[in-house]
Design a binder for this molecule. Structure first.
Ligand SMILES: CCCCCCCC(=O)SCCNC(=O)CCNC(=O)[C@H](O)C(C)(C)COP(=O)(O)OP(=O)(O)OC[C@H]1O[C@@H](n2cnc3c(N)ncnc32)[C@H](O)[C@@H]1OP(=O)(O)O
Length: 184
């Protein structure tokens, strides 16, 4: 079982969705839309923290992902593939792309208004992503069941309507503030 983003902007790949039974919400689970209002919780919890490997400006070797907005329940972000992100020659490493999907799905989860960590992340790689590419990532919630938030996302190359290179599904688990380790 899979779901579609609320606002599809281009044709869907003719493949099954990325979600397995473990990343598919139970029937009837509500799917609240991530929103800007949830950002208040997120920003208060992170309080000036800028060391995130995905999006932090203090993480020198990180992806420097730029969060670009939330619209119709879909979170968007983007990053540029640099040489240090290579796996096979000239191509982005799959783990780097998984990091970008983790960041997007995680960001969409936090915008539900609580703190979440990744419990499970599943990725399908559909096309190679060359160094120098701008990667546009979208993520949305497919269901909420107690502490578990189910999310899906996709990464497109070259623009928001470019070809889909990665699809992902995940389940994120709500945690208290005490879950995190203060920086010393
Ligand atoms: C803006 C910020 C963006 C952030 C993006 C980046 C996000 C990250 O990278 S987070 C870092 C990577 N993830 C982690 O470090 C998490 C490590 N794991 C843990 O800390 C714990 O295992 C944790 C918190 C997930 C769950 O532990 P715990 O709080 O004891 O809950 P637990 O009772 O085991 O599970 C709660 C529910 O989640 C479910 N669950 C837990 N893990 C999984 C999993 N891998 N797959 C599916 N379901 C799971 C359980 O089945 C349970 O379901 P139910 O309520 O129906 O019984």
């Amino acid at each position: 079982m899979t779901s579609s983003p609320p606002s599809p902007s281009a044709s869907r790949p003719a493949r099954p969705g990325p979600a397995s039974s473990r990343t598919t919400p139970p029937p009837g689970a509500p799917a609240p839309a991530p929103s800007g209002e949830g950002a208040a919780v997120m920003l208060a919890s992170l309080a000036g923290f800028d060391g995130c490997f995905g999006c932090g400006s203090e993480a020198e070797s990180g992806l420097r992902i730029r969060h670009t907005g939330v619209e119709d329940g879909v979170v968007t972000c983007e990053f540029t593939v640099r040489r240090e992100h290579q796996g096979a020659p000239g191509l982005c490493h799959g783990g780097v792309l998984a990091t970008a999907m983790d960041e997007a799905l995680g960001g969409a989860a936090w915008l539900l208004g609580n703190r979440y960590v990744t419990g499970r992340l599943e990725t399908d790689y559909l096309a190679p992503v060359p160094v120098g590419s701008d990667v546009h990532v979208r993520a949305w919630c497919t269901g909420l069941d107690g502490r578990k938030a189910y999310l899906e996302g996709e990464a497109r190359v070259g623009g928001p309507d470019g070809p889909v290179a990665v699809r992902a599904a995940g389940v994120f688990i709500e945690v208290p503030q005490e879950h995190f380790v203060p920086e010393s």
